[in-house]
Each structure stands twice: as C-alpha cells, then as structure tokens.
Ligand binder design. Structure first.
Ligand code: ADP
Length: 213
C-alpha cells in the first residue's frame, strides 16, 4: 500500500473544497488569507495526485479519490511526451557491427530501425546483437534487418499516453524500451513515425524526481 503525506495546508485546502466546492483558487486563497500564487504549488500537488479536480471557470472539487489512489493518479496524469527520450535509430541496411557501435556511442540498450522517412520498421536489443555475434557469421556484412524484431510485432506507445500505461506495457511485454510514435496515414496506409523512446530508465528517473519534489 502506498501512502501520501499531505502538508497541513493541503489538508486545509481539501477540507475547504469539501465544504465549499466547487470553489475557485482565488476564493480558497481569500479564506486562507494567502495570495493566489502562494497556493499554486499545493493546488498543483492536489490536482496531480487526483485528489482534487479542476474545472475552468467553475473551480476545484473533490474527486472522491483516496490518498491510496495517489500513485496511479500521478502516473495516470503524466504524459509520455513530458518524460520521453530522444530516439536512436538506424536504417535496415546498417550492419550488425555498425549497430553495436551505435549502441555504445549513443549509450542505449535498444535501437529502432526506421525507413528513410523515419517510419518504424524494427527494434533491436542488446540480446539480439549478442545472438547475431554468436552465429559466427561476419557481422560487418550482416544487415541489422536479420536480427530485428519487426512490424507488426512491436509494442509502441504514443506521446499522449499516460506513463502508467507505458509502465504496464513494459512489464507485460517484458521489454526494456518502447518506441514513441505518431500514426501517419499515407496512401490509405497507416504508418508509425518514430518521435521518441520510453524506457525503464525514464520510469526510474520520473520516480526519483517525484520523490525529490
Ligand atoms: P534485452 O534482450 O537486451 O534484454 P529486451 O528485453 O528489451 O532487451 O528485448 C527482448 C526481445 O524483445 C528482443 O528480441 C527485442 O528485439 C524485442 N523487443 C524489444 N523491445 C520491443 C518492443 N518495444 N516491442 C516488441 N519487441 C521488442
């Protein structure tokens, strides 16, 4: 079970919204004899955790969520776009050797394979590279296309998806990294344009940042 510790002021805001909600930020500030700006961080925490909802021009209201719902509230409210990394990609004619070099140079564990216009074609992991190296073939001449997991068997995420959904996908599919894509339609065909990378490291970084705040 995960508990969240609210500050005294945050508890007071919750009480106030319970009694007077929906209530605007200005009115809460007035009742607490504070300026609106001073309240902003507390209101941000309470809405981000999902304890308070906010409707434009109406004000804040209680969502009825319990503090124990907070972790799913936070992770469900943070978008992939806000925490993703730059993608590292190669073309499918790239050799296995060159892809391994790219992995070292870029310091990533997963590389995406894309078409000339950046559409997703494949994914290669460290173990895919090891497997190719163990075949005894000349990895300078071996194209990466023979080692990659290819479309349509790639698990992807989207900039607007929640971090909670991504964490669930990473676990369920037992992979380290998901390409972040936008769906692009051309000639009646849907393709996936790679715009980012979301890995287990991004989740870890997010948890540390949340804890530090
Ligand atoms: P490693 O193999 O280095 O432990 P992963 O667990 O991420 O890394 O990869 C395991 C297998 O899953 C590899 O064969 C890889 O090509 C494939 N894979 C990696 N990421 C994805 C993904 N997002 N969707 C589908 N398959 C993937």
């Amino acid at each position: 079970m995960v508990y969240i510790e609210l500050s005294k002021r945050q508890e007071m805001i919750l009480e106030m919204v319970k009694e007077f909600g929906p209530i605007t930020g200005e009115h809460i500030a007035e009742k607490l004899h504070l300026c609106r700006a001073a309240l902003r961080p507390d209101l941000a925490v309470l809405t981000m955790t999902g304890l308070l909802g906010a409707k434009p021009r109406v004000g804040y209201y209680l969502t009825g969520k319990k503090p124990t719902d907070v972790i799913s509230g936070i992770l469900g409210n943070i978008r992939v776009a806000d925490f993703m990394s730059q993608p590292v990609a190669v073309r499918e004619s790239n050799s296995v050797y060159d892809t391994i070099v790219t992995m070292f140079v870029e310091d990533v564990g997963t590389i995406f394979v894309v078409s000339e216009d950046g559409m997703l074609e494949g994914v290669v992991s460290r173990k895919d590279m090891l497997k190719s190296a163990l075949t005894g073939e000349n990895i300078h001449n071996l194209p990466i296309s023979i080692a990659m997991t290819r479309m349509p068997n790639i698990v992807v995420t989207y900039p607007e998806e929640s971090v909670f959904r991504v964490a669930d996908k990473l676990l369920r599919h037992q992979v380290d990294s998901l390409p972040v894509v936008n769906i692009v339609s051309s000639n009646g065909k849907d393709q996936l344009k790679v715009v980012g990378r979301f890995t287990k490291t991004n989740i870890t970084r997010l948890l540390v940042q949340l804890a530090e705040k």
